[in-house]
Design a protein around this ligand. Structure first.
Ligand code: HEC
Length: 109
């Protein structure tokens, strides 16, 4: 019986890791921290649209995206409390949703 519980726990852990590798980490962060202002579909609400075809998709480099997230321009709050890993995974998530880079796997850790 104990073994069954242990195996079940391991399976849950592995699934959590797989989600994270697939960018789920960034997606969760986005929903939690950003969607209220930028919209669940990155379509913009209080903040500007940052999805496909937006200024952020066309004109901002990954480095600039990182800068925006950490510093927070204008009335956007800065997220300096997020770890590098969290910011990376947010950038990877944005890029995936923007369709800017098909394979963002290099940005998932
Ligand atoms: C309280 C509302 C709010 C929250 C929360 C917020 N933003 Fe923003 N965001 C804004 C506003 C407003 C701007 C425009 C700021 C300016 O340029 O004056 C902006 C700008 C941006 C831009 C640059 C857009 C461009 O075209 O230059 C990006 C990228 C961005 N936000 C991403 C994020 C991400 C990722 C998060 C979550 C970590 C987030 N924002 C959280 C309000 C918000």
């Amino acid at each position: 019986m104990r073994l069954v519980v242990l195996i079940a726990l391991l399976a849950v852990l592995l699934a959590a890791c797989a989600d994270r590798a697939a960018g789920k980490f960034g997606e969760d962060l986005y929903r939690l921290e950003c969607a209220g202002c930028h919209g669940a579909d990155l379509q913009g609400r209080i903040g500007p649209a940052i999805g496909p075809g937006s200024n952020a998709a066309r004109n901002l480099s990954d480095e600039q995206l990182r800068g925006v997230i950490v510093v927070g321009p204008g009335s956007m709050p800065g997220y300096s409390r997020l770890s590098d890993e969290q910011v990376d995974s947010l950038v990877a998530y944005l890029r995936e949703r923007q369709g800017v880079r098909e394979d963002a796997s290099a940005y998932h850790r």
